[in-house]
Every structure is written in C-alpha cells, then in structure tokens.
Design a protein around this ligand. Structure first.
Ligand code: FAD
Ligand code: NAP
Length: 532
C-alpha cells in the first residue's frame, strides 16, 4: 500500500472556490494539493456546457475581486456572460496565477478521515492516491451533483441521453431530431429556445410550471464597463451591502407592493421586468415575506405569459401557481415565445406523470412520444450532495452522513462540530446560493485563510465549532427561513427535489449581516469555536 503524501492542506474541487483557496493558501506559504474530478478547472462552468448556459448575475459582478489588476484586465462581451466565456475566464485565472501545477485532475476524492492520533486528515482518491494534511477544505460546490430521476425503463432508451449538468464537451447537434426535455428549471429554460432552433420536434415534459423573467441580456455596454472599472472597489463595496451581493446598480425598493395603487404597481413591475431576470424581485420590499404582495407579482408574470403565448391552452399550462422567488427565479431569453413555434410541444405532467421510458421514447398519459434524444434538465442534489458522496469521518470515526442524518448541521456554514480543521466553502448554513456566489466564495476563502493563518501563528493545532454554537446557528438559520416565503414550495433549497432527503432549508438568509458576524466572531477570538 502506498504511503500518505504529506501536505499542509488538501482542497477538494477546482471551481471558483477551490482555485481561490489554493491561491490564498499558497500565499501563506502552505503546501497544497487540490483534487478535482473533472479534467480541467471550472467546476460548474466545466460541467454545464448545455446550449444557452450563462450566468444570471451580471458579468461585471460575477468575477473575482481579490486582484484589482485581474479585474481591470478582463473584459466581458455580454451583460450576462455565456458558459464558454466564463470557462475561458476561469482558465485565464488558473494560468495567470500558475494554479494548475498543484491540481490533480480527473481524480475523485472517495474518503476523508480525521486521524485522532496525528490530528491530520487522511484523504484517499479513486485512483488510489493517498494524502495526509492538517487542513481539509471542501470546495466541492453547491450544485455539482446532477440528479437523474428514477423513471422506469430509463436505461432501455435506445437514443442518446444527456444531463444538462454533464453536457458533452464536443457539444450536441440536434438538427433534424425529435428531442424530449424533462424539467423546466433554470437549465431547461435557458436551453429550450436553442434546442428548439435545431430540433425537428421538441417535447417539453413539464411537472411544475416555473416563473421566468427575460434576462434582457445584451452586448456589454462599454460606457458602463468603463464607469465601473474606474471605481471597481466602490462598486464591489456596494455589492457587499446588497441583500444578495449583486445588482449594485439596482437596489431593492423597500416599499410594500400592497400600499401602491394598481397603476403604480404595474409601472413598477414593468420597470423591473425590463431590468430583467433576478432584478424583477427588487420591485418591492415585501415580495418574499408577504404572500399577498407575492401573489401580485405572480399575477403580473402570469399576465406576461398569457400575452406572449398565443395558444390559450398552452399558456394556461405554463402558468405557475406557486410563490415567485421561492424557487430561484429563472432568467431566460425567449423561453415562453418558444411555445409559439409549431414544432415545440408542451406535455403537462400534472395531468398525468411519465409512465415509463421505452427504447423508443417516453410514454405518458397512455401516449407514446417517439424520441431520438432525451435531455434530463432535472437539477442537482444541492448543497449536501457532493459532501454526502465522500466518506467523511471526524473524531472517533463518526461519519458526517450520520451527523447530518436529519439535515446538515454547521456553524456559519463553515465548519461542523467533531470535524476539526474541516472547512466547507459556501457550506449549508451560509448565504451561498442566495447570493452572488463569487462574493460569498471569496468571503469564505478569506475567512478560512485568516483562520488557518491565525492557528499557525498562535501554535494551535485544531479548530472546530462548539456543539452549542452549532446548535444555536442551525436554529437561527431555520428561524430566518421561517420568516419568509422560502419554505412555501418544494425547492432544492429545502432538499425537496431529492426523494428521501430531509426537508431542511439549507442556505442562510442573512446577507450582508452574515459577513460582519463572521468578522466579529474572528475578532472575538473565534467565539463559538473550540481549539485543540
Ligand atoms: P463548483 O463550481 O461546483 O466546483 C466544485 C468542483 O468540485 C467541481 O468541479 C467538482 O467536480 C469537484 N468535486 C466535487 N466533489 C468532488 C470529489 N469528491 N472529488 C473531486 N472533485 C470533486 N451562481 C451565481 O452566483 N450566479 C450565477 O449566475 C450562477 N449560474 C449558475 C449556472 C448553473 C448552470 C449552475 C449549475 C450554477 C450556477 N451558479 C451561479 C452557482 C455556481 O455553482 C457558483 O456560482 C460557482 O460556480 C460555484 O463554484 P464552486 O467552486 O463553489 O463549485
Ligand atoms: P432545477 O431548478 O432543480 O429544475 C429541475 C427541473 O426538473 C424541475 O422543473 C423539476 O420539476 C424537474 N424534474 C425533476 N425530476 C423530475 C421528474 N422525475 N419528472 C419530471 N420533472 C422532473 O434544476 P436546474 O434547472 O438545473 O437549476 C438548478 C439551479 O442551478 C438553479 O436553481 C440555479 O441556482 C442554478 N442555475 C442557474 C442558471 C442561471 O440562470 N445562471 C442556469 C441553470 C442553473 P419540479 O419543479 O416539479 O421538481
């Protein structure tokens, strides 16, 4: 058996989080080994190459801010960058900071065990490599494990099968094909209009109609870019004061939708519809806390759908009946318009679910839909999925899966009691997916780096949360979610998309106060943490 190769830190994942973590730890003089399942850097943007994939946070905000020169030198071509450009950017960062030499690609971490004797983590990969390190940092991503629904006969399908989160690198040409898409989440809504351009016939299998607002994507406004670049630090600082760390140019109105007149409301909603995408939810301050206010926004979007989709039977089926913003609002380019095309068909699974997949296609409601290709746009085992797929064991061999049997428990989304020196970047219990992820990733990486540095300078060996601090934090996370409408639908935030997953609201609704809290905790000598 090969011996354990020693490093100061092991980082799992080479997306935005893993790359910046490597950069920071190197600056502290630590030896680092990064392990990445993909064959290159990029994470989300390496795996999600489906047509139409792009960010829903403006490009000028969806990038690193740690290096002013990088920020100045990079130029985005669109208001919302598409996947190839974001991947180019991440590759550029990897080259610019010479990061690749410390990354082991094409390698999956199978296990990470804390060794009580040495106070080190022992990490083993699927290729048999063995690493031992004082710090183990999970940069494994919130949306990195695709879910394939358990539909009978799925493995019998004779045509090609794809998942949006595992798209072939060489791309797919659907020209002349009959294509089926399962799902109507963000990934489906971005890709359907483009797949419709190619396919001879496109069948959209919709279980839950979704809210979507046009992204209003456009070529980068060079004047705006110059303006932002002239004072990027200020722009970023304003981002840090926003509730979700993006949209610095469009702060949320604090007014109540219920107090406006009908005409004012229509104007305000229309203005925010024109701003596009996630900014729609900034129209009023109470949209995500007051069901009546929310319903007004829902009705505005439903009216838009009715006005866009010409066939009233189809538009009726596309009308979402839940709470807008409860699931992540989708940002599209021509999604609803696509249903006006004669070769695009909506199959409503609420009338009758998919019975099975056959070698020829999908059977639903007693009807067979012959298909050449089937696209699963069915989402991810979010926030805990990647961690659950690693055999992680803390003190005395206790498994993380056991500790998290009833849902994830962390302190600040950064650490777990009983798992010393294990850090989770944008882990459950942190603002993560409710914010501009780039901002939250950098904030976590900076905090973890400072913590590692503090430990080394003070000669301490381990840090982990006190159980009481962790318990109080978990309660606080739930309490915050309970004050909003986020618990009023079956979203992946709640784990509701994965059969058997405990129904717990996983991200923390408390940005930007969260950042100040993390800083204060450190300033007070890591309040709530214990050292070894
Ligand atoms: P990831 O990019 O997911 O990287 C994690 C890496 O860890 C992956 O490469 C994975 O292969 C690797 N890994 C996991 N487990 C293991 C293991 N056991 N062994 C080895 N390697 C492992 N966020 C926004 O803020 N704005 C957006 O516009 C936005 N758009 C998105 C669009 C899509 C299609 C998706 C899926 C997500 C989007 N997100 C967006 C969220 C996005 O995930 C984050 O913005 C960000 O890219 C996450 O970076 P990360 O490094 O934390 O995780
Ligand atoms: P998703 O939002 O979870 O959507 C999955 C879709 O698949 C849902 O419509 C779901 O229906 C459907 N589905 C799942 N299992 C099914 C089954 N057995 N039968 C029929 N339908 C089924 O996943 P996603 O679209 O990949 O997006 C996930 C997240 O990634 C987003 O919320 C967002 O945070 C991020 N993302 C962002 C962008 C962007 O705009 N930048 C783009 C893509 C992804 P139900 O609703 O009924 O469960």
């Amino acid at each position: 058996m090969t011996a354990f190769e020693r490093y100061d830190a092991v980082v799992v994942g080479a997306g935005f989080a893993g790359l910046y973590m490597l950069h920071r730890l190197r600056k502290l003089g630590l030896s680092v080994r990064v392990i990445e399942a993909g064959t290159d850097v990029g994470g989300t943007w390496y795996w999600n190459r489906y047509p139409g994939a792009r960010c829903d946070v403006e490009s000028l905000e969806y990038g690193y801010q740690f290096d002013p020169e990088l920020q100045q030198s990079w130029s985005w071509s669109e208001r919302y960058a598409a996947q190839p450009e974001i991947l180019d950017y991440i590759r550029h960062v990897a080259d610019r900071f010479d990061l690749r030499r410390d990354i082991m690609f094409g390698t999956r971490v199978d296990s990470a065990h804390f060794d009580d004797g040495s106070n080190d983590w022992r990490v083993i990969t699927d290729r048999g490599a063995r690493y031992q390190a004082r710090f183990c940092i999970m940069a494994t991503g919130c949306l990195s494990v695709p879910t394939w629904p358990d539909i009978s006969g799925a493995d019998t399908f004779a045509g090609e099968t794809y998942h949006t989160g595992r798209w072939p690198h060489e791309g797919v040409d659907f020209t002349g094909q009959r294509v089926g898409v399962i799902g109507t989440g963000s990934s489906a809504i971005q890709s359907i209009p483009i797949m419709a351009d190619q396919a001879a016939e496109l069948f959209v299998f919709q279980r839950t109609p979704n809210f979507s607002v046009p992204a209003q994507n456009e070529p980068m406004d060079r004047e705006l870019e110059a303006l932002v670049k002239a004072n990027y630090a200020d722009f970023r600082a304003r981002n840090g004061q926003m509730q979700s760390a993006f949209g610095a140019r469009h702060p949320r109105s604090e007014a109540s939708a219920l107090e406006a007149t009908e005409a004012e409301r229509q104007r305000q909603f229309e203005h925010h519809w024109q701003l596009g995408g996630l900014l729609f939810l900034r129209a009023y301050g109470d949209l995500l806390v007051n069901p009546e206010a929310n319903e007004l926004a829902c009705e505005f979007i439903r009216d838009k759908i009715r006005s866009i989709v010409r066939d009233p039977q189809v538009s009726e089926k596309l009308l979402p009946d839940s709470v807008v913003g409860c699931k992540r609002l989708c940002a599209d380019t021509g999604y609803f318009e696509t249903f006006n095309r004669p070769h695009v068909h909506l199959v409503d699974l609420r009338e009758s679910p998919i019975e099975c997949i056959t070698p020829e296609g999908i059977r639903q409601g007693g009807q067979d839909y012959p298909l050449d290709a089937l696209v699963f746009a069915t989402g991810f085992d979010a926030m805990t999925g990647a961690l659950a797929r690693i055999d992680i064991r803390g003190r005395k061999g206790v498994a993380l899966s056991e500790r998290w049997e009833d849902g994830p428990k962390t302190y600040l989304g950064l650490q777990v009691a009983g798992f010393p020196n294990l850090f989770t970047i944008t882990g459950p219990g942190s603002p993560s997916v409710l914010t501009n992820m780039l901002y939250s990733i950098e904030q976590h990486v900076d905090w973890i780096s400072d913590c590692v540095d503090d430990l080394r300078r003070t000669g301490l060996t381990t840090i982990e949360p006190a159980v009481e601090a962790e318990t109080a934090w978990v309660e606080h996370v739930n309490e915050m979610a309970g004050m909003t409408l986020f618990t009023h639908c079956n979203s992946w935030y709640l784990g509701a998309n994965v059969p058997g997953k405990p129904r717990v609201f996983m991200p923390y609704l408390g940005f930007p106060e969260y950042v100040a809290r993390c800083n204060e905790i450190r300033e007070r000598g890591y309040e709530g943490f214990v050292f070894g």
